[in-house]
Every structure is written in structure tokens, then in C-alpha cells.
Design a protein around this ligand. Structure first.
Ligand code: S3P
Length: 435
């Protein structure tokens, strides 16, 4: 798969596909609830399809009604049952960590698997607190494959995760549903709050108190979910690739519709505005309990900026594509606090650095800081994507701004989060070469 360079200016109006984080949660919460949940706008990416299969294995009835419309009949008070075969999460860290948290509250046995990338990622960050709550797991090095050998009614805990992670927060809150007492989770940096919001929509009382730059979240167990209907808003992390394409190709002017504007997810838009980007949000409205807007983006002459580490949680998945945008800016962009990028679908800090270096961009890593100096992008290299969808899409966007096309070793992972990527890129005038 190869970008074609240089494309003419990009134009058009596109709809952002459903948010991946909210899609996972809608299926998992629907599978726990009493009654039938209808989900519309669900992202039908491979990660989400693995979560749909996972919750089916635990006893929920999951039906694909029509494009984006899914129906989940939850198990309610009967609880999740032991799956007959191992549950395979594919490439999906969110699916894996949230399901492990939810399943820990049931007296069941289950084996979990993932693909090569997911099997190399740290799971101790969820297993340790879940074991403190009384669950037991069997694993080598706290990595997949993992077996839950004991679950059931757990003990509530007070916990402060050592990393800013919405997945860890969510796993503990989901395990907290089946305890007697108060589960209290403190985060030192606010991470995406979709679990807190959506538990509220399913009728669970979640209390949130701001604390410095983070918050304390509490819920009382046992808590029962009641089915509801969820309309999934558009994914700002997918919109980021369309926005980046328009910013780096001269003359571009596009509208990206239906983008979720939850402040725990909008760090990239703030950063791009600081860099001098023309990015304007219009038509604010509510959808699925979140604020959404349509974004108007024009090609812009950008300047490098310094991004503080406390912005990482609100744009944690956007750094590879931000680094690509930074390669077209005047001066240096300095991105601090990127340690968590090393444990994503791949080591994204190393992968982003290697992608840029191979294509002639001046880039350095200093500890957990990535520094990109904008300038001429020669392109022409084949980028190793390491089973990482966001590295793959970032490399193709880099190609739009490079003198020679950029190719990638594997495009299959793009379908995990953004199956419509190639269609939407073609719609705005940037078709890719399959060769
Ligand atoms: C996610 C949280 C983030 C993010 C991931 C989705 C979620 O991971 O990178 O793509 O839906 O909770 P961490 O919680 O590990 O930071």
C-alpha cells in the first residue's frame, strides 16, 4: 500500500466513523445489563468485532441489525457464564482490559488470547489491582495468554493507577460493580471518561470529584446495569488522520463531520490551533451523551510548538500523526512525556521516529521526549508498521507531504480501527495505490 504524491488539494465533506472507545464500552455494558440495548453508529472495525464475539461467549445475545446498528441482549442478574472456548481479543487492548475487569466479578473460568502485538503488551496493570480485589489469574510475565482461574464477588479497593490509563480505570470500575461496598479510583491525570459517562447512562451511580489535574471516581457495589440505547459519536482519533491530510496538502479545504468533542479527547485540536492550523468547530450538538461538532480544516502554514506531558492523556493516540504534521511545520515540535507510547499496539515512540527518519525527516528521541524538526520530506521509504494501525495510517499521510511516495509493509491492521480509511481518503481526493 502506497500513498500517491503529490495529490492535488483535498476537498470534500466526510463523516467520521464511530468512536472505538465508546463502541467497545457499548457492547460490554450492554452485555452486562438487564434488557436489550440498541447501539447505532457502532464502529464495525476488527477490534470491535472481537469484543462482540467476546461478549457473545459470555452469554450475551448480540445481533447485527444493519450497518452500524447492533442489538445486545444482556445477561442481567444471571451474570456472565464461562465461555466454552478461549476468548480472542485480536489486536484490541481496550477490549482485553475492559472485559478482563468485567469478567473478574463473576465466578467463572476463562482463557484469553490476542494477536502477536497484543500478546506483547503489559497486562499486569489490570491483573494486579484485580488480584488485590480477590480475582486470580494464570499467566507468564503478566501477558496474554492469560486464564482467569478465580472470580466472583470481589472486595472493593481504593486504587491509584501508576499510569494515566482509561483502560485500567475502566477495568477496576467494572470489577467494582460486583463488590459489596465502595470502589474508589483516583487518577492523577484525567483520562477519557467514557466509562463514567456510560455507566451513568446504564443507570449506575458514579460519583466524580476533581482532584488537582485528575479526579477521584467512586461507585457502590453491587450495582446493576439497565439496558439503554447508545448512539456512538464520531472518533476524534480517526478524524485526526483526515485533518492531518488536509493540513499537510497545499490548497486543501475539507469538512469532517460528527467529531466527538469530549475535552478528555481534544488535545490534538488544541495543539494544532497553537501551531497555527485553521481548524474550526461548528454546529455543536449532543449525540450519545457526548458533544459533537463538524470540523472545518484548511491547509495551513504551521509552526513548531512544545507540548507538555500533562496533555498526553487527551491525545495519547494522536502522537504518530501529530509527528507527521510537525514534519511540515516551521521549526521544532517538542513532545514531552511519551513513555506510554512504548506500550501501545507497538512501541510507537520508536516506530514514529523510525518512520520519519527513513523518509528524511530530522527527528530525535531524548528519554520520553520526541523532537521533530520540520522541513523537506524526501519520502520514498517502506515503513515497518509492527501490527500498528496508527503507524500505518500516519505513514500514508506522511507520503501525501513527501517528494516521493511512502509505502507500508502491511495495511491490514488499519481495519482494526478505521475500515473506511481508504474510502474516505479517496473521497477527499487522496486515493492510495494498492501495489
Ligand atoms: C482507550 C484508552 C487509551 C487509548 C486506547 C483506548 C480506552 O489507552 O490509547 O486506544 O478506550 O480506554 P490507555 O488506557 O492504555 O492509555
Amino acid at each position: 500500500m502506497k500513498s500517491k504524491t503529490p495529490p492535488k488539494s483535498l476537498k470534500g465533506r466526510v463523516q467520521t466513523p464511530g468512536d472505538k472507545s465508546i463502541s467497545h464500552r457499548a457492547l460490554i455494558f450492554g452485555a452486562l445489563a438487564e434488557g436489550v440495548t440498541h447501539i447505532t453508529g457502532l464502529l464495525e472495525g476488527d477490534d470491535i468485532l472481537h469484543t462482540a464475539d467476546a461478549v457473545r461467549a459470555f452469554g450475551a445475545k448480540v445481533k447485527h441489525v444493519s450497518l452500524g446498528h447492533w442489538q445486545v441482549e444482556g445477561v442481567g442478574s444471571a451474570g456472565w457464564r464461562s465461555p466454552k472456548t478461549p476468548v480472542d481479543f485480536g489486536n484490541a487492548g481496550t477490549g482485553a482490559r475492559l472485559v478482563m475487569g468485567a469478567a473478574a466479578g463473576f465466578d467463572i473460568q476463562v482463557s484469553y488470547l490476542g494477536d502477536a502485538s497484543l500478546s506483547s503488551r503489559p497486562m499486569g496493570r489490570v491483573l494486579e489491582p484485580l488480584e488485590q480485589m480477590g480475582a486470580k489469574f494464570d499467566s507468564a510475565d503478566n501477558k496474554l495468554p492469560i486464564a482467569q482461574i478465580q472470580g466472583g464477588r470481589l472486595n472493593p479497593i481504593q486504587y491509584t493507577p501508576p499510569h494515566a490509563s482509561a483502560q485500567v480505570k475502566s477495568a477496576i470500575l467494572l470489577a467494582g460493580l460486583n463488590t459489596i461496598g465502595t470502589t474508589e479510583l483516583t487518577e492523577t491525570r484525567l483520562t477519557r471518561d467514557h466509562t463514567e459517562n456510560m455507566l451513568g447512562s446504564f443507570g449506575v451511580k458514579v460519583l466524580r470529584k476533581p482532584k488537582d489535574k485528575g479526579q477521584t471516581v467512586t461507585l457502590e457495589g453491587p450495582a446493576h446495569l439497565q439496558a439503554t440505547n447508545i448512539k456512538v459519536p464520531g472518533d476524534p482519533s480517526s478524524a485526526a488522520f483526515l485533518i492531518a491530510a488536509a493540513l499537510v496538502v497545499p490548497g486543501s479545504d475539507i469538512i469532517v463531520e460528527n467529531v466527538m468533542m469530549n475535552p478528555t479527547r481534544t488535545g490534538l485540536f488544541e495543539t494544532l490551533t497553537e501551531m497555527g492550523a485553521f481548524i474550526r468547530a461548528d454546529n455543536f450538538r449532543r449525540s450519545g451523551g457526548e458533544t459533537i461538532a463538524d470540523l472545518h480544516i484548511r491547509h495551513s502554514k504551521l509552526r513548531g510548538v512544545t507540548i507538555p506531558s500533562d496533555r498526553v492523556p487527551s491525545m495519547v493516540d494522536e502522537y504518530p500523526v501529530l509527528a507527521v504534521i510537525a514534519a511540515t511545520a516551521r521549526g521544532q515540535t517538542i513532545m514531552h512525556g511519551l513513555a506510554e507510547l512504548r506500550v501501545k499496539e507497538s512501541d510507537r515512540l520508536a516506530g514514529t521516529h523510525a518512520m520519519l527518519m527513513a523518509n528524511g525527516v530530522d527527528t530525535n528521541i531524548d528519554g520520553d521526549t520526541l523532537i521533530v524538526t520540520g522541513g523537506k520530506i524526501t519520502g520514498g521509504a517502506k515503513v515497518k508498521t509492527h501490527h500498528d494501525h496508527r503507524l500505518a495510517m500516519s505513514a500514508l499521510i506522511l507520503g501525501l507531504a513527501a517528494d516521493k511516495p511512502v509505502s507500508i509493509d502491511d495495511s491490514s491492521m488499519i481495519a482494526t480501527s478505521f475500515p473506511a480509511f481508504f474510502d474516505l481518503m479517496a473521497t477527499i481526493g487522496a486515493p492510495m495505490d494498492v501495489s
